[in-house]
Design a binder for this molecule. Structure first.
Ligand code: PEP
Ligand code: MG
Length: 571
C-alpha cells in the first residue's frame, strides 16, 4: 500500500481500478520491405480498426456530450476515408518499398506542412485533424495501446501526467469514478472541470503515473488530497465510511437548497455558479444556485476541429439563459490561451502562454472571431438576464475597444431588424494586478467587476497556476491579495456598482468570511460548493466580520490571516 499526497481538486472519495491515460510511444524504424502487398494490408487493417474505434468514440461523445462535441470525430473519420490522403500512403509503400509506419509518417507530415502553410483557416484546421488521426493509426500499426478517455467502459480511476480540459470534458461520469494527475494545481482547468462534473480528483501528485500500474486498486480522496495505491481491506473500509459520511453531509447541505443566502445578521449575498457548458446548468439547479456568475464560453470552442458558428453559439447561450429564467447569467467572452488551447487556430507556441497572446488580446486582434461571439450573445440577450464580461483586461483601452465592438454589433443587428436587449450589463474580470490597482478608474466605466482570483493570484505572486512546484504560492489569504480584492470592492461601491468573484477563492471556507466582511456582493463558485457556502454564511455575522477588515488588511502573512479567521469562525 502506498499513500501519496497531492492537491485536493474535487471533493469526494472514489475507489476503483487504475486506468492509465498516457501518450503512447509512437517511435518507429524506417524499414525497406519485400512484401509490398502484406504491408498495404497492414496499413488497411490499422485504418479499419481506427475507423471502428472512432465510430464508437463519436457515438459515446454524442451521448454524453452532445452532437457538437461529437463533430470533431466526424472530421477525423472524414480524414480516414479521404482517398486523396490514403492513396498516397499506399503509393509510397509500393513505389519506395518502405514499411507502412514510415509511409504514413512521411505522407501525413507532407500534408500537414502543406495545409499549415496555407492562408486558409479551414485548411489549417484540417492539418490538426490529420495529425490526430495519424497518431491513432500509427499506434495500431505499432501494436501499442492508444488510450482514449471516450473508450472507457468500466469503472476506473484515470491516472495521467496531466489532463487537458478537453480530455476532462470527454470523461464519462458513469465509468470514470475519479482521476489523479502528476501535474496541475487546484485552479488548473481540468481541476475546475472535475468539480463541475462532480468527479473526485487529486492533482499535482508528481509521481502517480510511475507509482501505480494499470489495474491497481486506487483510492482518490478528493477531500484531503490523498491517493492510495493497493490499499489493505481495512483502509478500503475506512474510506468507504468516509464516502458514506460525505454523502450524509451532502444531505444536510441540501436542506438549504431553496433558501436565500443570508448571514446571521440578515445580510443577503448572491451565491452563483461557474459553468463550462449549457449541460452544467443542471448542477446549478440541483445545488440551489442563484444564477451563473461565470460561463466559460471557451469550452464551446474546444474539443472541436473548427470555430463554432454564430448559430451554434446562439443556441448554447440561449439554452443557458432560458434554463436560468430571470436569474442573472454572466457570460465571459472567449478566454482562450494559457492551459486552454485551440489547435485549429494554429497559434505559435509561446514561452509564457499565461502571459501571452490570449483572451481579450486575441479577440481584439482577431475581431472576425470576436464579432461572431458578440453577435451570438446579443441575439440571445432577449431570452433571459444576460450580463457580458471581458476576460484578462489590463488596460482601460482594451475595455473601451471591446465595448465598442459590442456596440457596433448591436447596431448592426438592429439594422438587420434583430431584437437585442437594452439592459445588458457589461463588466470585466479583474485578474491582472494593474486593473485591481486602478479599479477606481475602471469603476467609472464598467457596470460590474468579477474578480478572477485564479489568475489574479498567479500574476500577483508570479507563480504559474499549473506548476505544482510553486503551488505553495497560491495564497488566497495573502495580505497582498486581500488588499487588491478590497480595493476592487471599494472602487465598485464608490461608483454604485457591484463586485463579484468567480475565482476558486470565492468558494473557500476560510476566504468566505473574509470576503463577506469586505463586502463582496456576489460569490461565484463550482456548483457543488454552493450549499456548503450557504450553510457556512448562515452562521456568520457580516457586521462582525467587517469590523476585522483593517486588522486583516494590515497583517503580514497568509498564515496569520488564516489563524485569525479560524479562531474567529471556529474552523
Ligand atoms: C480566474 O482567473 O479566476 C477565472 C475565474 O478564470 P479562469 O479560471 O477561467 O482563468
Ligand atoms: Mg482567468
Amino acid at each position: 500500500m502506498t499513500n501519496i499526497k497531492g492537491i485536493a481538486a474535487s471533493n469526494g472519495v472514489a475507489i476503483a481500478k487504475a486506468y492509465k491515460l498516457e501518450a503512447p510511444d509512437l517511435s518507429f524504424d524506417k524499414k525497406v520491405i519485400d512484401d509490398v502487398e502484406a504491408e498495404v494490408t497492414r496499413l488497411n487493417d490499422a485504418l479499419d480498426i481506427s475507423k471502428k474505434e472512432l465510430e464508437t468514440i463519436k457515438e459515446n461523445a454524442r451521448k454524453t456530450l452532445g452532437d457538437e462535441h461529437a463533430e470533431i470525430f466526424s472530421a477525423h473519420l472524414l480524414v480516414l476515408g479521404d482517398p486523396e490522403l490514403i492513396n498516397p500512403i499506399e503509393d509510397n509503400i509500393k513505389t519506395n518499398k518502405v514499411n507502412a509506419e514510415s509511409a504514413l509518417d512521411e505522407t501525413a507530415t507532407m500534408f500537414v506542412n502543406m495545409f499549415k502553410a496555407m492562408d486558409n483557416e479551414y485548411m489549417r484546421e484540417r492539418a490538426a485533424d490529420i495529425q490526430d488521426v495519424t497518431k491513432r493509426v500509427m499506434a495500431h500499426l505499432l501494436n501499442v495501446s492508444f488510450p482514449d478517455p471516450a473508450l472507457i467502459d468500466e469503472e476506473v480511476i484515470v491516472l495521467a501526467e496531466d489532463l487537458t480540459p478537453s480530455d476532462t470534458a470527454q470523461l464519462n461520469k458513469q465509468f470514470v469514478k475519479g482521476f489523479t494527475t502528476n501535474i496541475g494545481g487546484r485552479t488548473s482547468h481540468s481541476a475546475i472541470m472535475a468539480r463541475s462534473l462532480e468527479i473526485p480528483a487529486v492533482v499535482g501528485t508528481k509521481t502517480i503515473t510511475n507509482d501505480a500500474k494499470e489495474g491497481d486498486t486506487i483510492i482518490v480522496d478528493g477531500i484531503d488530497g490523498h491517493v492510495i495505491i493497493n490499499p489493505s481491506d481495512d483502509v478500503i473500509k475506512q474510506y468507504e465510511q468516509k464516502q458514506a459520511d460525505f454523502e450524509k453531509q451532502k444531505e444536510i447541505w441540501a436542506k438549504l437548497k431553496d433558501e436565500p443566502t443570508v448571514s446571521s445578521d440578515g445580510k443577503h449575498v448572491e451565491l452563483v455558479a461557474n459553468i463550462g457548458t449549457p449541460e452544467d446548468v443542471t448542477g446549478i439547479i440541483n445545488n440551489g444556485g442563484e444564477g451563473v456568475g461565470l460561463y466559460r464560453t471557451e469550452f464551446l470552442y474546444m474539443g472541436k476541429s473548427e470555430l463554432p458558428t454564430e448559430d451554434e453559439q446562439f443556441e448554447a447561450y440561449k439554452s443557458v439563459l432560458e434554463q436560468m429564467g430571470d436569474k442573472p447569467v454572466v457570460v465571459r467572452t472567449l478566454d482562450i490561451g494559457g492551459d486552454k488551447e485551440l489547435s485549429y487556430l494554429d497559434l505559435p507556441k509561446e514561452m509564457n502562454p499565461f502571459l501571452g497572446f490570449r483572451a481579450i488580446r486575441l479577440c481584439l486582434e482577431r475581431d472576425d472571431i470576436f464579432r461572431v461571439q458578440l453577435r451570438a450573445l446579443l441575439r440571445a440577450s432577449t431570452y433571459g438576464n444576460l450580463k457580458i464580461m471581458f476576460p484578462m483586461i489590463a488596460t482601460l483601452n482594451e475595455f473601451r475597444e471591446a465595448k465598442q465592438l459590442l456596440l457596433e454589433e448591436k447596431q448592426n443587428l438592429q439594422k438587420e431588424g434583430v431584437e437585442v436587449s437594452d439592459n445588458i450589463e457589461v463588466g470585466i474580470m479583474v485578474e491582472i494586478p494593474s486593473t485591481a490597482v486602478i479599479a477606481r478608474q475602471f469603476a467609472k466605466e464598467v457596470d460590474f467587476f468579477s474578480i478572477g482570483t485564479n489568475d489574479l493570484i498567479q500574476y500577483t505572486m508570479a507563480a504559474d497556476r499549473m506548476n505544482e512546484r510553486v503551488s505553495y504560492l497560491y495564497q488566497p489569504y495573502h495580505p497582498a491579495i486581500l488588499n487588491l480584492v478590497n480595493n476592487v470592492i471599494e472602487a465598485a461601491h464608490a461608483e454604485g456598482k457591484w463586485a463579484g468573484m468567480c475565482g476558486e477563492m470565492a468558494g473557500d471556507s476560510i476566504a468566505i468570511p473574509i470576503l463577506l466582511g469586505l463586502g463582496l456582493d456576489e460569490f461565484s463558485m463550482s456548483a457543488t460548493s454552493i450549499l456548503p457556502a450557504r450553510t457556512q454564511i448562515k452562521d456568520l455575522s457580516k457586521e462582525e466580520l467587517a469590523s476585522y477588515k483593517d486588522q486583516l488588511l494590515s497583517m503580514s502573512t497568509a498564515d496569520e490571516v488564516e489563524a485569525f479567521i479560524r479562531e474567529k469562525t471556529n474552523q
